[in-house]
Design a protein around this ligand. Sequence first.
Ligand code: SF4
Ligand code: FE
Length: 482
Amino acid sequence: MKTSKQYIDSLKELDLTVYLLGEKVEDTVEHPMIRPSMNSVAATYEYAAMPEYEDLMTTTSHLTGEKINRFTHIHQSAEDLVKKVKMQRLLGQKTASCFQRCVGLDAGNAVYSTTYEIDQAFSTDYHKRFREYWTMVQREDLTVDGAMTDPKGDRGLSPAQQADPDLFLRVVERRPDGVVVRGAKAHQTGIVNSHEVLVMPTIAMRPEDKDYAISFAIPTDTAGIFMIYGRQSCDTRKLEEGADIDLGNKKYGGHEALVIFEDVFVPNERIFLDGETDFVGMLVERFASYHRQSYGGCKVGVGDVLIGAAALAADYNGAAKASHVKDKLIEMTHLNETLYSSGIACSSEGHATASGNYYVDAMLANVCKQNVTRFPYEITRLAEDIAGGLMVTMPGEQDLKNDYLRPYIEKYLKGVAEVPTVDRLRVLRLIENITLGTAAVGYRTESMHGAGSPQAQRIMIARQANLNHKKQLAKDIAGIKE
Ligand code: SF4
Ligand code: FE
């Protein structure tokens, strides 16, 4: 297993092509806007090395028998699935950010079981290839970006029907030793902090979409790959000299990027699905369900920090004893624990796939994510209610550094007498960061659209609702005989 320092050093060895604010980034590791997101991924290595978190953060590989980071594990039991969610809650609590590494874990588990079933049907050897690939991922303790979302162009048209054929990633050339692909993947969480990218198709496909039915993994610095870093609200605060209080969360963050594949070569041994359109739906559904489970952990952990921050803001305002404030904190906690409940439930109800790894209960995982598209918004609303308007009107850090202004700010923005004004401002900036700033990407809008927009879960819920069974139950009770 890598230490967090070895992880950071290994990123320095990558030759990534990244553009940010219109310019090519020379050093992604040291860039002040990228660094906090890298710190979040580094935390997945750091906590794995701490004895008190060993049980959650590490496990034994079924491929090698060696101790591995759980972020590279192929789940072997329902208990593994439960521990995954607990690990994600822990890291959400420690980073108050998206720590990015789950996408590769979820992609790995989805590809593992799907390749097994493709091989059963077509006598291909994708599963063997994938096992060999994933053994390397575990041994080298790599961070893998799971890349699913294509730009999709006209949502009313299938991949092959698009006016521009590149709007879904596709094979543009076939060679004896591999394929050449072109296209893009949007909203790629953590790609700049990843060693590898594991690409999957984004929607179920028809036979005419064959060239779009492609899954593979390659290093993130492969020739032809480049990334355009996503902007976040308040992101340039990170570029301000000596920025601290105004960042709300100084050390951690997350990121997404638009990743372009401009005629990229993929060797045969790294291809895990190529043209088997019948199995694309299975792969998409499994990845989506695993990642919908994930949100029952990570968002809950960030929610814990937000609830704590709101409670602190109430303490510092002298409002902690007000019954409506207490009740709002109870409501926030109830919503947050409800998210966790479905994250745990879909894990405990997990079952073995044909390949042997464990898959979540897809109905409950989709219910989990559907709740995530709503509850963080209400938790956010209540946090802003408790925080008060000062969260968005208070002076900036530079004003506090001005000798003339500082005494006035300290005097007039004080809450309860014993608490330094600066602490009150700090906790309000943290709430701002999670609800409106850079972390809001992960806590708010990603709660809506990450792992699939709300309608995607409703389709999955409808598919599994088994209404005929429920109708029969009603008939039996009502005494209706046909
Ligand atoms: Fe992990 Fe959550 Fe970020 Fe997805 S959104 S990568 S589950 S922390
Ligand atoms: Fe996500």
